[in-house]
Write a protein that binds this ligand. Sequence first.
Ligand code: PRX
Length: 632
Amino acid sequence: MWLNIDSFEEYKDVYKESVENPEEFWEHEAGTFYWRKRWEETHSGSFKNGDVKWFEGGKLNITENCLDRHLNTIGNKTAFIFEPNHPDSFRRTITYRQLHEDVCRFANVLESKGIEKGDRVAIYMAMTPELMIAALACARIGAVHSIVFAGFSAQSLAERIQDCDAKMLITNDGLRRGEKHVPLKDISDEALEDCPSVKKVIVCQRTNRDIDWVEGRDEWWHLLIRNAPKEHEAVEMDAEDPLFILYTSGSTGKPKGQVHTCGGYMVYTSYTFRNVFQVEEEDVYWCTADAGWITGHSYILYGPLLNGASSIIFEGTPTYPDAGRLWEVCEKYGVTHFYTSPTAIRALMKEDIEYVNKYDLSSLKVLGSVGEPINEEAWHWYHDKIGNGQCPIVDTWWQTETGGIMISPLAGVTPTKPGFATLPLPGIQPALVDKNGKEIDGNGVQGNLVIKYPWPGMTRGIWGNEERYKETYFADYPGYYFTGDGCRRDEDGYYRITGRVDDVLNVSGHRLGTAEIENAIDEHPKVIEAAIVGYPHDVKGEGIFAFMTCDNGVSEPEDFKKEIHDLVSKIISPIAKPDKIQIVDGLPKTRSGKIMRRILRNVAAGETDDMGDTSTLLDPSVVDEIIAGKAY
Ligand code: PRX
């Protein structure tokens, strides 16, 4: 029997048990899946050594659990509903049986093109069912997928392909997002100039625009799939074999390829999906994230399929053709579970309420929030205007590294509180530590958020860089996993995430390293040095503020800002463009040459009354100059 917690009392009991007997707890959960061979060791390794493993020796294929297992029971049930960018374009539904067939066909295609177990395959695609099919087909043959968000530049794509030596790239001719057209194949061609490891490119038609073609390398998806057999015997994997790599920003310049595994990730995403959202048989679940981020991996692709849910794949944006788009889709399909980001909520609450009132949202039962702290105003608007005061909000805290939701209410079970991710899921043991790594006991306290005990869904490594993995997560506080987040635990023991405590920004729920953006800006011939900080932004949560010193100053700051935007878009992505720039004569540096970011953060936030101790600065007079300067 699957564990399904449905009362707060039960939650407390199960939580207690999960802490007292963690291995039994996860064994029970893992036992609900189809394994070709049961695992030998439930859990081994430690945070101390950075060598955690789960269900080692267990043999499985995750796609048998996502698809084959359902064929006899819910084969004709809708797995995916595809809603295109424009509401009048072709939409379709795909049953579990059809999805199984499509995945098998494409798995055969991949094998026929020489892709084998362990090979890496990069996926750079529009949000369509084919993206999911591509990823599942990789999983079926044991290839490691690396999905790259289709908003990233050629250079970012190339960097990710090179880092994992991908053998193949799967892309579209192009995509449409709102009014915008993104020429994915052109961008891919540019990226591949520097990626000798890629021998084959499969192109799935979406926009039908003219594209360049490299004979012998490029092939059309639709031609390949046509004659591919619809049966495929899934490749047997070990629980600890890698399932996918997903790159995420850290405090240094280079993105980190987080490695998730076949067994532990499967158990964890499935368990969290079921208990957090409490989706029932007839429900229609919709997560608006993009598959290029972990939310899309865990809660559009794997979590819902593992649980046999029906879920929506949405290609569009919240404001196209107008700001009622999300609510229109909710009405059209009778959505019961809706999971989105605080940024989307904040953007939509600024619009005329008629965009909401026009639609019948009475099918909604549960609302979810993910990716950034949700402010109380947005929480209340979401609760009252979208949920009609009737739907629990699950504010889910987690990370790319955690694989799945860690701290969150269980829908309808955990009493909620605006702005709080509330309590840890059973199996998860959070703690707060002070700067010296000492655990802070009791309630009504604040500190850095760490996790005390391993869980099956956690990242097993940074691709090709074991040292960096150990250093990033396990070195600051030995014996713990360090999240990089600050957190408050209130009088009731409820957790409220306060934001990153490292040099990582969270802009519209997108995680961006300040060093990455600084490196991009430094490429401008005029720029001597750039320093990036975040500042409170009423829609994006955090905005990007770039301070920089320039050769000979800048005479046309508006034009210069555009050049910086173009440069950052080209090197990283439009999502990393600074909202504000300020040219300064000097950056506030300590005698040892470190930029004192605290000062810049205060200026960016407009909080300049008390700048604190500036005596360690090499030249304290720069502070007044920066305060008096003008931002564009
Ligand atoms: O700072 C936290 C914030 O997002 C970071 C993780 O980003 P990423 O790996 O891109 O994954 C985002 C989707 C899970 C965290 O370190 N974060 C995520 N969820 C919340 C959040 N901050 C506050 N409340 C949340 N619910």
